[in-house]
Write a protein that binds this ligand. Structure first.
Ligand SMILES: [Zn+2]
Length: 186
């Protein structure tokens, strides 16, 4: 397979890692058929061959509004990542455990990308949420679907309210991925 990078999360994609989050992609990646970044879920049009094409905001001054969006986005992704890890621990069906865990991995990568482009150094600590109202796999799937819909509308507004082309592109890429997650949790 052709090696390359994901412009959005910056990870190198190769024959050893292309399948690591296959349980959290709308269609599985294979060596011949690489559709999504295995780390952040970005669609293949965000792949690049050269490290220099990876999105960066080094030396760029972002607006206060952009920094606010990225701060909120970091927290939203960690919040959802934590939720998916809890869902993975508590799910009964093995396929759901796997899907939740890998969705969580992907959301945590999104948080890292936001931190990188906004220059946020410390991972925010969020308060523990009590999920005892969720009783079974179906409850967690329903909750996941609600969260993903919220994330899509958040990113949609973020794209509109940001000016920097890289910020816009990252938010757009993640909006698409959260749309994929809506379909996967329907
Ligand atoms: Zn990626």
């Amino acid at each position: 397979m052709k090696k390359g990078f994901c412009k959005v999360c910056g990870m190198a994609i190769n024959e050893k890692n292309f399948a690591i989050n296959n349980n959290a992609l709308p269609e599985v990646n294979s060596e011949e058929h690489l559709l999504y970044c295995p780390f952040c879920g970005a669609h293949k049009r965000y792949f690049c061959e050269d490290r220099d094409e990876i999105y960066t905001t080094v030396g760029v001054k972002l607006t206060d509004e952009e920094l606010k969006i990225l701060d909120h986005a970091t927290k939203l992704e960690i919040f959802n990542g934590d939720f998916y890890m809890e869902a993975s621990r508590r799910a009964v069906k093995e396929e759901n455990k796997l899907m939740f865990k890998e969705l969580g991995n992907i959301e945590y990568i999104h948080a890292k990308v936001h931190m990188k482009i906004a220059g946020i150094k410390e991972k925010p600590e969020l308060r523990k949420i009590d999920y005892s109202r969720l009783k079974n796999d179906e409850d967690f799937i329903r909750e996941a679907n609600t969260r993903e819909k919220h994330a899509v509308s958040f990113y949609n507004k973020g794209v509109v309210n940001s000016e920097n082309s890289i910020v816009k592109e990252v938010l757009k890429a993640f909006m698409e991925i959260e749309e994929d997650h809506i379909h996967m949790t329907e």
